[in-house]
Design a protein around this ligand. Structure first.
Ligand code: ADP
Length: 339
């Protein structure tokens, strides 16, 4: 705290510690004697405050310490008034935020590194899976030709091997397509728009028509809201969750209900089924790529559907989770931004 002539009236203990001086070498002495190399910028700031202004700056980079290390301060300077109401001098508050600024810069650098490595990985997954399709098509094609030209001529075990080649190739095609989809969630994304969730759901049901008929499933939804997002991707979420509800069923016909309620600034959707359920210890595992709880013989699949849902929902700044009772059914919840 200084008077109008910039002579010190008070300083905090912390200030003395920071500048390494004794109180009696400061009080009553001029600020400009103590800091003779004070820049013009500060002189101007002090002049303005002594005329009644308040000045301040957050994360102000000040001239570096003598050893060259950078320093940042949050500071504020306010005028104080005497009994007559005139400006009697100024009070300056300083906060050394160098550690916070350096930590923030490090965090920004890490985020940039992560974004770069993430996009490189996505690009790699895309290129690798795209390029793998070509030789795989050749394998599948040759297996098909072998079967049609030489089927029933090479003996039973040769026929079996040929059919294994065909099955393996088509499974791998399925995996590659799923991986391609995952790698394209961000790279091939459409901009967000208003999406009627009823329409997105109907589009999903259209794609699942044959499966719904075959399983005699009953699927209910009414009055779903408008959300903000990528139309195709939102439909994809419904499609993956509903197709799982139909796939992981019990003997009885599948019952699926889709509801939404508003929670804070987003819509929380619930897709509930009466299927086989999922034990609690697997609730997190199933969102990982290729994480399955069943063999291919029990239930076909590649273990990518839920990973894809999670990635799409995260692109929409939402979350996905579930509740389930083994043998009774599962409800998947997810949030999407409101329109
Ligand atoms: P996939 O269905 O191809 O295996 P998903 O990623 O869609 O891959 O699902 C991962 C696993 O989660 C499934 O293998 C299954 O064990 C379990 N699962 C998903 N949805 C349901 C559901 N509605 N009911 C029971 N289990 C489910």
């Amino acid at each position: 705290m200084c008077d109008r002539d910039m002579n010190y009236l008070h300083v905090s203990d912390r200030w003395l510690l920071a500048f390494g001086v004794d109180r009696d070498r400061v009080i009553g002495h001029s600020h400009y004697d103590l800091f003779p190399h004070q820049s013009k910028r500060w002189k101007k700031i002090y002049e303005r405050v002594l005329q009644g202004e308040t000045e301040g700056c957050a994360e102000d980079e000040l001239p570096p310490c003598p050893d060259g290390t950078p320093v940042w301060f949050n500071w504020e300077i306010i005028p104080w008034h005497n009994a007559k109401g005139d400006v009697g001098g100024l009070i300056q508050f300083n906060q050394n935020v160098t550690q916070q600024v350096l930590a923030k810069q490090e965090l920004e650098r890490l985020i940039q590194d992560l974004e770069r490595s993430n996009s490189e990985l996505e690009q790699f997954a895309y290129v690798a899976s795209h390029d793998m399709q070509e030789p795989l098509r050749a394998v599948a094609g040759c297996a098909e030709i072998l079967k049609s030209r030489f089927g029933n001529q090479l003996g039973e075990s040769a026929d079996e091997l040929i059919s294994h080649i065909g099955d393996g190739a088509s499974r791998m095609q399925g995996l590659i397509n799923d991986l391609l989809q995952i790698s394209q969630v961000s790279s091939q994304a459409s901009p967000f728009e208003t999406v009627d969730a009823n329409e997105a759901c109907r589009a999903a049901l259209l794609n699942l028509e044959a499966l719904i008929k075959k399983s005699a499933a009953c699927i209910e939804f009414t009055n779903l809201p408008d959300v903000m997002g990528d139309r195709t991707q939102i439909s994809q979420i419904f499609q993956n969750l509903i197709s799982n509800a139909l796939k992981y069923r019990k003997e009885e016909a599948p019952q699926v209900s889709i509801k939404a309620k508003k929670v804070n600034n987003c819509w929380e959707f619930a897709v509930a089924d009466n299927g086989i359920g999922i034990a609690p210890e697997f609730h997190h595992k199933i969102f990982g790529i290729s994480q399955r709880l069943h063999t291919r013989n029990d239930y076909p699949g590649t273990g990518i559907g839920l990973a894809l849902c999670k990635k799409i929902i995260e692109r929409h700044a939402g979350e996905i989770w579930l509740t389930s009772t083994l043998g009774k059914g599962t409800t998947f919840y997810f949030t999407l931004p409101q329109n």
